[in-house]
Design a protein around this ligand. Sequence first.
Ligand SMILES: Nc1nc2c(ncn2[C@@H]2O[C@H](COP(=O)(O)OP(=O)(O)OP(=O)(O)O)[C@@H](O)[C@H]2O)c(=O)[nH]1
Ligand SMILES: [Mg+2]
Length: 442
Amino acid sequence: MIKAAQQAFARRPYRTIFIIVLVVIVLHLLFGFQDLTQNHGPTPPPLTAQHAGHHAQPEGFRVAHNGFPAQQPAEAPAPVAVKVDYSDMKINLDPVRQMETSGFAIPAVEPIEVAPTKRAKACFVILVRNSDIHDLRATMRELEDRFNHKFNYPYVFLNNEPFSDEFKDLTSTATSANTSYGLIPREHWGYPSWISEQKAADARVEMKDVIYGSSESYRHMCRYESGFFFRHPLMEQYDYYWRVEPGVKFMCDIDYDPFLYMQERQLKYGFTISIHELVKTIPTLWKTTKQFMRENSQLVAHPNTLEWVTDPRTGDYNLCHFWSNFEIASLGFLRSEQYLSYFDYLDKAGGFFYERWGDAPVHSLAVAMFLRKDEVHWFDDIGYFHNPMNNCPTDPQINRNKCHCDPTKSIHHSSYSCTKEFMALDPMSDYSDRILNEHGSS
Ligand SMILES: Nc1nc2c(ncn2[C@@H]2O[C@H](COP(=O)(O)OP(=O)(O)OP(=O)(O)O)[C@@H](O)[C@H]2O)c(=O)[nH]1
Ligand SMILES: [Mg+2]
């Protein structure tokens, strides 16, 4: 072949050179064109566009860029073929973040339909009598439909009497989550040695016109919910609890995990409704609480939320309290030295029996003394009803898409509620000195 080319070159040199040049041009065009077709797929986007796309993804998505060099294309880039790795995708159900970004607390990703893998060590805790089974089933049904069928948190039922087989049967069939049944030890549901039963009986007669004023079991219940439910052995394994009562209603879908919401923000106490207490049930509770603060000033937090419970003119208790029939809260808070010291102090003072101190003002005064405002959360998005009041989300989008309650009837609009005042509280507020020094003598 080379020899033939040499002969041809010798015979017709100009023509041969022309043919060689022609062949080279054709080959170059041919391979150059092939090269272009190979790159014809996705036009490489500029790096800046890739980055913008990456940030636009919901948190937790990882988009692997395809290694194209940074080039500025002449035209708008065609869609980029990217590999999306879903392996560590987190569903963003943070309602606060969504509120900030979209204006509405609507999940950025469709609500999950399978049990999430990440869960808090948490349970529902329900103090209940056997006779309340049917009210309880209705409540469990709503709680399951609105929330727990997706999250599968366990239930702990507590009773001062053994649970009946019927109770266990009907509650365990109302959920696919684990259920456990605890008998309250006698020493947690009875008179402690320092209480005069006669004096307690006299108080019940004297308070016959106050709601539950003549009830002995109601007092045991309030003392138990104040100081003991979190010490039951069935509760030991948990960090958070959601208190539920038979007959309460849940009127909105809860598409995120409130326990994790608390845990991730180090929140200690969550509520839906706050109201004013009946003063006749707690004549000496505030005096006793102030005495406790005086003797245990090292236990009081700074800042705190005492301002929320104080009448600024008199320094008296303004009767504001979180309605404790709903609570999502930290068990660590109730097991803390501060809380246990406060409960013991109140218990020794006898007001659970000689008056009718409720667990709601007791928990609330503890929150006021020991927690900062940013450790307390109003679950305004949880539609909740306990006769005769409800908390109903007023955000039009949430109410329309997730709820079946009348937002105009939500108690937080009313002057019975203390929630607006709580939300308006300065996070750095600290009223402890003012209470003890300016108004400290009484
Ligand atoms: N096992 C048991 N549970 C009780 C007893 N009394 C009350 N409870 C429970 O304690 C919680 C509070 O009692 P409630 O009677 O609802 O008290 P309340 O919410 O202040 O008043 P209501 O307006 O009647 O709901 C509920 O979960 C009841 O089921 C009792 O004697 N035994
Ligand atoms: Mg109740």
